[in-house]
Structures are given as structure tokens and as C-alpha cells.
Design a protein around this ligand. Structure first.
Ligand SMILES: C[S@@+](CC[C@H](N)C(=O)[O-])C[C@H]1O[C@@H](n2cnc3c(N)ncnc32)[C@H](O)[C@@H]1O
Length: 257
């Protein structure tokens, strides 16, 4: 019982650290209400900032890619309880995100600056839409499983873990990666694009494109029906009109069955 409660507490703490870093990220990327943001005043020379920021994003990307792979999960669960694996992923990612907030180096330099109030409102709207889409996509797939809480809860009440089924609810009928579409809105929709923000947007976009390849390789292995889904539903940009080979029809593949 002691072990169960300890693992559960670890999962809850990891989730809370994630949630706090998620909330801070909204302010950090949007330059809203936080003491230090992506565009605070520069304090180091430009190229030093490029180097430090690229390194921070690179470490975050490597952690995400390596720790999400089945082979790594098999390895780490030799040392930690299987039920705590996803929480460990969540906690590590959140701590690295906090490190990024702390050591991020603003760089100045304006690439574009929208001063028209309507244009600004539209861009802030798209920024908010991006965050909402990220959150909704996690809820549709299974928010509490993605962040490890479901795993530690099931072990607390003594029930076996059941892996997530392949699903295509709502936006998953239009594109295969709605959550990543949400991130792209978050990273790019800004009235003022600075050099630091552009570096951030470019590197994270590149990482998403690589991450999709890795994730889809695992999805194809875990869910044979993913091959048909991939053939008919676009990756990130919905087909106009919903006709063509994608559309709503195909997305019923694997739906809750
Ligand atoms: C951070 S989520 C991103 C999901 C998806 N790539 C997106 O952008 O909406 C990554 C996890 O979702 C799972 N996943 C991705 N697509 C899925 C689907 N259609 N049904 C169930 N799980 C999915 C992956 O196996 C992975 O564990």
C-alpha cells in the first residue's frame, strides 16, 4: 500500500508541475503577465543568445523524442515502476521547460510588428485558439493518460492498465495531428515577431515535423488501422471542402471500437 500511495503522489506532483509550467508557457510565449517572457530585454550578445536558446530547445526536443520511444520505456521500467513511467516523462519535460523559461535569452530585433488593433486582436485570437486546440486535443485522446495520472490512479485502486485505443474524434477527422496544429498557432500567431520568437518558432516547427515521423512510426506498429487513416487524412492542413480522399468518411476508422 505504501508503494502504491508513493507512486500515486509522485504522479500527482508531476502533473501539478506540468500544469504550472503549462500555465507559465501561455504567458511566456504570449508576453502576458509573467516577469520574464520570450521577448524580455536582451542581456547577452546576439549569437550567444542564439547558441543558448538553440541548446535549450535541442535538449527539450531530445528528451521528448527519446523518452517517448517504446525502447526507452522498456529500459527505464527496469529501474522505476511501470506505472510511474509516464509521470517521469511528464516531470522531466516540465522541468526542462522551466529551465528554458529561466535560461532563455531574449534577442531583440523585430521581424514584423502588427500595430493595427484589428490585426492584433485576430493574432491574439489565433494564439488563444492554438492553446484551446492543444488542450481539447489532449482531452479527446485522453488527457490524464498523456500526463500519467491515469496510470498512477489505476495502480492505486489495484486495476490493470489498459492501453489507449486508436481514436479519431472531432478534429482528428480533419487532420492527423490537431494537437501539433494547435502548437503551430501558439508558436507563430503573434503581433510582434522578434528574433528570439522566430528562432523559437522555427526550431519548434522543425521539431514537430521530425516528432510526427517518429510518432507515426510507433502508431503504425501499435495500430495496424493507422496505415489506412494516414492514407486518407492529411497530416496538418485540412483539405478544403472536406471532400477528396480524406473528409469525414475515413475518420471513422478505429473510432471507439
Ligand atoms: C502529444 S500526443 C499528440 C497526438 C497527435 N499527434 C496530435 O497532434 O494530436 C502524443 C500521443 O498521442 C498518441 N496518439 C496520436 N494520435 C492518436 C490517435 N489518433 N488515437 C490515439 N492516440 C493517438 C500517440 O501514440 C502519442 O502517445
Amino acid at each position: 500500500m505504501f508503494k502504491r500511495v508513493t507512486v500515486f503522489t509522485y504522479g500527482v506532483v508531476s502533473y501539478l508541475v506540468f500544469f504550472a509550467s503549462f500555465l507559465y508557457a501561455i504567458g511566456f510565449i504570449g508576453n502576458i503577465l509573467v516577469p520574464k517572457s520570450i521577448d524580455s530585454a536582451p542581456t547577452v550578445p546576439f549569437w550567444t543568445a542564439v547558441l543558448i536558446n538553440s541548446l535549450l530547445l535541442g535538449i527539450f526536443a531530445v528528451q521528448h523524442s527519446v523518452m517517448a520511444r517504446p525502447a526507452f520505456k522498456r529500459w527505464i521500467t527496469r529501474y522505476i515502476p511501470r506505472e510511474a513511467e509516464r509521470s517521469t516523462y511528464t516531470l522531466t519535460a516540465s522541468l526542462l521547460l522551466i529551465a528554458l523559461f529561466v535560461w532563455w535569452q531574449p534577442m531583440g530585433g523585430v521581424i514584423w510588428n502588427v500595430t493595427d488593433p484589428v490585426g492584433q486582436a485576430v493574432l491574439y485570437g489565433l494564439y488563444g485558439f492554438g492553446w484551446a486546440l492543444v488542450l481539447v486535443a489532449t482531452l479527446l485522446i485522453n488527457h490524464f493518460d498523456l500526463f500519467g495520472l491515469r496510470q498512477v490512479w489505476l495502480q492505486l485502486i489495484g486495476k490493470p492498465y489498459t492501453p489507449l485505443r486508436f481514436k479519431t474524434p472531432g478534429p482528428y477527422r480533419l487532420v492527423r495531428h490537431p494537437l501539433y496544429v494547435g502548437w503551430l498557432f501558439v508558436f507563430w500567431a503573434t503581433p510582434t515577431m522578434t528574433a528570439a520568437h522566430l528562432l523559437f518558432a522555427l526550431l519548434t516547427t522543425g521539431y514537430i515535423l521530425i516528432g510526427i515521423r517518429l510518432e507515426e512510426r510507433d502508431l503504425l506498429e501499435a495500430h495496424p488501422e493507422y496505415a489506412g487513416y494516414r492514407k486518407h487524412v492529411p497530416m496538418l492542413i485540412p483539405r478544403l471542402g472536406g471532400k477528396g480522399r480524406g473528409g469525414g468518411r475515413i475518420a471513422a476508422v478505429g473510432d471507439g471500437t
